[in-house]
Design a protein around this ligand. Structure first.
Ligand code: NAD
Length: 424
């Protein structure tokens, strides 16, 4: 009998299919029953909305926007809101799946979610962004909430964005609901340390990975792609204890100094000029050249799909620490694995961001706030345990850190789904 033609789901873009392929590979390695993972191959629910907003000149424009829940077996959804001209349902669904694994790996009581609006924030005023954000929040209001789905900041969104979402949600509820978002300003319930926590955790993973990969140099050389919220903290956090940061880049290009860049001086330049452009005390390189610099640790902390099949064989590093989400494609994974390059996967490397988001959610529910010391001490403890678990599985089973991390995360989600059962 002729098989019915398989329906093509609208989220099945390249980004999503890559995330799906990673899941299928790990499930096959774990010898999981395909029936077990079938629901996890797709998002649980997705909402596409057209957000209308009045521009400053009086015209009305519309923006495509999304919120996706991938799996909620472990708790409410947790994931960022991204503002970018490349936002699509597939990208958001892929990120939501990634968040499921990240939260599960860290033993957080959250499922995976993500959202975004397709726009270029550089072309919009602050008041236009506020109107778009508030309308987006009201369009997705049935999906979000402290017990349903808790958005946080991601690319091009920040504390102010989260404050607008929290206010819009609270106005609709008739009372203040701080735990509907994380990454808020401290004055309205934000956690201490949140702004720095992702970079702090990425740098922590770099130090652990250097020990794991037996990098014996007292001052390992580091290249950081992207100098935003994550990359700038990474560069500083590794420079201070004596790592040699020899290369950095932002969207305008890269800088290289084999003897090590003066990170505080460069930071001051970026703070005053807005980018690395015009910094005279280092050699200018392109972003492609930057990725191919000889170094101990390469840290992609910018955007997705930077290490691909076409450049993975050119990398001259011993370790890759994925500060960004999905900077390496599955095809590149295979090349790096074969070349013996240790890759600390995104779901571990940048998981301290969502972990600190979890702390903020807990503090908001309790209305009891921790000191910065408490936040960092709890964060270090959870990151340390997660690294221990992943390194142990990788060593025992002789698999990449990504396979080890994904298998731990998937096992936890599968167990939760098994115990809860399939309703009805
Ligand atoms: P950001 O917008 O603050 O910074 C991004 C940086 O990357 C900027 O310096 C930008 O100039 C640079 N960049 C952009 N496109 C580039 C390109 N093509 N080549 C080189 N550099 C480029 O973003 P962020 O918050 O630092 O996030 C960076 C990455 O980390 C993203 O993938 C994000 O999803 C991930 N992440 C962030 C957090 C967080 O807490 N901010 C948490 C988890 C994961």
């Amino acid at each position: 009998m002729k098989q019915p033609e398989r329906l093509h789901n609208e989220w099945e873009t390249t980004d999503f299919l890559m995330a799906q392929r990673r899941l299928e590979r790990v499930a096959a390695w774990m010898k999981l029953d395909p029936n077990t993972i079938e629901p996890l191959r797709h998002p649980k629910r997705s909402l596409s909305v057209v957000v209308p907003a009045r521009m400053d000149d009086g015209t009305v424009k519309t923006f495509m926007a999304y919120r996706v829940h991938h799996d909620l077996a472990l708790g409410p959804g947790k994931g960022g809101v991204r503002f970018h001209s490349g936002v699509s349902l597939g990208e958001v669904a892929a990120m939501a799946m990634l968040m499921t694994w990240k939260c599960a790996l860290m033993n957080l009581p959250f499922g995976g979610a993500h959202g975004g609006i397709r726009l270029d924030p550089a072309k919009l005023s602050s008041s236009e962004l506020e109107r778009i954000t508030r309308r987006y929040a009201s369009e997705i209001i049935d999906l979000i909430g402290p017990a349903e789905d808790i958005p946080g900041p991601d690319l091009n969104t920040n504390e102010q964005t989260m404050a607008w979402i929290m206010d819009t949600y609270s106005v609709n509820c008739g009372h203040t609901v701080p735990s509907v978002v994380t990454g808020k300003p401290q004055s309205i319930g934000g956690s201490l340390g949140l702004l720095q926590s992702t970079g702090f955790g990425v740098a922590y993973c770099a130090r652990r990975a250097a020990q794991f990969a037996n990098v014996t140099s007292g001052s390992p050389t580091v290249v950081v792609q992207g100098l935003g919220n994550v990359g700038s903290v990474v560069a500083r956090s590794l420079h201070e204890p004596g790592f040699t940061v020899i290369g950095v880049s932002d969207v305008t290009g890269g800088l290289y100094d084999s003897q090590g860049l003066d990170v505080p001086k460069l930071r001051a330049h970026v703070d005053s000029k807005g980018s690395i452009q015009g910094y005279k005390e280092a050699q200018v390189v392109s972003n492609d050249q930057l990725l191919e610099l000889e170094c101990d640790i390469l840290m992609p902390c910018a955007v997705a799909n930077q290490i691909r099949a076409d450049n993975a064989h050119k990398l001259k590093c011993r370790i890759v620490v994925e500060g960004a989400n999905a900077p390496t494609t599955p095809e590149a994974d295979a090349v790096l694995d074969e070349r013996g390059i240790v890759v600390v996967p995104d779901i571990l490397a940048n998981a301290s961001g969502v972990t600190d988001g979890y702390f903020e959610w807990v503090q908001g529910l309790m209305r009891l706030f921790w000191t910065e010391k408490e936040v960092y001490s709890r964060l270090t403890e959870l990151m340390s345990k997660a690294c221990d678990r992943v390194f142990e599985v990788s060593t025992k089973s002789k698999v990449s850190l990504r396979t080890a991390a994904m298998s731990l995360a998937l096992a936890r989600v599968v167990e939760a789904r098994r115990l809860r059962g399939l309703y009805p």
